[in-house]
Design a protein around this ligand. Structure first.
Ligand code: MTE
Ligand code: MO
Length: 259
């Protein structure tokens, strides 16, 4: 199989060359310099031209499933709140949907499990250089978004997680910097973008983001928020966390992590 990243690089270069030769006056405007010519903007546009807006990520067979899925990042959120949910078997876990929506929602796990589900065997690619194939079951995020009815000015879906990322004052109480991520509504409504609650046919174990985690199969691992408790629809993520659209983005990773 040809290396997809190299193909994408080729596509990005081709799209860049095309834009330069075909639209020179446009390329000199501030808007294009700010948006299109950032490496990230170019990659996003080129990839979507090349692979299609809703092209599916590859799906695998049962035989390809890794015997043990690798866990990474937070593997057991240490807060009292989360540990209480573990004790209760997540019976009272809720996912809230709010922000720029006509119908704010609060969904229990049981509510999520009643909605039509999708199961997919996909490969998770972590930016650190490892991959793992697993079978995920969950509700397509677009089903939940359709229930909440995003307002016309909503552009991003922010995923708020239950795991704090530090205890910088060392008082034994984690600080207020919870893991978060975001997708634009194109990626959020992709058919393989799920609020997943099962891994390999069993309720998601704690290390993998119990009881609900995001799967966004055309994106790198860090986009796939675990321990999700709130979806917030926004016009911009400038005022969330460090303003870059995700915990790792705030530390310098690209917001657009298409693979
Ligand atoms: N809430 C939360 N989500 C997270 C992380 C995390 O630390 N906290 N790590 C991310 C990273 S870098 C990866 S590779 C995947 C790991 O998912 P896994 O543990 O199921 O392999 O989760 C992502 N989502
Ligand atoms: Mo990762």
């Amino acid at each position: 199989m040809p290396d997809r990243r190299n193909l994408l690089r080729g596509a990005a270069a081709a799209a860049g060359a095309l834009t330069l030769s075909a639209c020179k006056p446009v390329s000199q405007t501030q808007w294009v310099q700010n948006v299109l010519y950032t490496a990230e903007g170019l990659t996003r546009r080129a990839q979507r031209l090349f692979v299609g807006r809703h092209a599916l990520a590859r799906e695998y067979s049962k035989a390809d499933i890794a015997p043990v899925f690798r866990a990474n990042g937070t593997i057991n959120p240490p807060t009292d709140d989360y540990q209480q949910h573990v004790k209760e078997g997540f019976a009272y876990w809720e996912v809230k949907v709010d922000g720029l929506v006509e119908h704010p929602l609060t969904l229990t796990l049981a509510d999520l499990r009643k909605l039509p589900s999708r199961t997919q065997i996909t490969r998770h690619d972590c930016v650190e250089g490892w991959s793992c194939i697993g079978e995920w079951t969950g509700v397509p995020l677009r089903t939940v978004l359709a229930m909440a009815k995003p307002k016309t000015n909503a552009r991003y879906c922010v995923f708020h997680c239950a795991d704090p990322m530090s205890d910088t004052d060392n008082d034994g109480v984690a600080d207020d910097d919870f893991y978060y991520e975001s997708l634009d509504l194109l990626e959020a409504t992709h058919p393989q973008t799920l609020l997943a609650y099962d891994l390999n046919g069993k309720p998601l174990p704690v290390p993998y983001g119990a009881p609900v985690r995001l799967r966004a199969e055309r994106q790198l691992g860090y986009k796939m928020a675990k321990y999700v408790e709130r979806l917030e629809l926004l016009e911009s993520f400038a005022h969330i966390g460090g303003g870059k659209g995700g915990y790792w983005e705030d530390q310098g990773y690209n917001w657009y992590a298409g693979i």
